[in-house]
Design a protein around this ligand. Structure first.
Ligand code: HEM
Length: 138
């Protein structure tokens, strides 16, 4: 049973990271040309995808993660405790991306240039999580 929950966790993680990267790339394009029709069109599609797929995937990542943590006794492990920090950062970044994209599309608000680095930030945080979860260094 544990391995099935782990498979669901990994599947949801891949889906989440894919959706977050897509959103990050739309925001990156919107910094350069916020009025471009193709940016808006792709932005709308990615926002719909976020509500339908990426956000539910994030919820599944957390639910499956907690199921494994308490089901298999990982809850007292230091690697998992430390992993909660980048996991919360990633979840917060997801909400922030969706908020900024929504504001761009609905209110025409400009995207802050810092979001140009969102894709790199996602990859860096994800790399830290993968290292902690797979290597379990402590
Ligand atoms: C939100 C971002 C998260 C990401 C990107 C993430 C990613 C991963 C990855 C890549 C693995 C490795 C799977 C493998 O060994 O093949 C993993 C395993 C695991 N994760 Fe997460 N995870 C996240 C959140 C959580 C949360 C919130 C919890 C628990 C509260 C959790 C608990 C676990 C546990 C217990 C394992 C299994 C370790 C094992 O059996 O070797 N994860 N996670």
């Amino acid at each position: 049973m544990y391995l099935y929950v782990k498979a669901i966790h990994v599947f949801a993680v891949v889906t989440l990271i894919g959706g977050m990267l897509a959103m990050a790339l739309v925001l990156r394009s919107a910094i350069a040309s916020p009025e471009a029709t193709d940016v808006r069109r792709f932005g709308e599609a990615v926002l719909r995808w976020d509500g339908l797929v990426t956000t539910p995937a994030l919820a599944i990542v957390w639910m499956a993660g907690f199921t494994m943590a308490f089901g298999a006794g990982w809850d007292s492990s230091l690697w998992l405790l430390v992993k909660m920090i980048p996991a919360v950062v990633l979840s917060g970044l997801h909400s922030l991306e969706a908020l900024v994209l929504k504001r761009l599309l609905r209110e025409g608000r400009r995207v802050h240039p810092l979001f140009g680095a969102a894709a790199f930030a996602i990859l860096a945080v994800f790399a830290a999580i993968a290292w902690l979860a797979v290597v379990k260094p402590f």
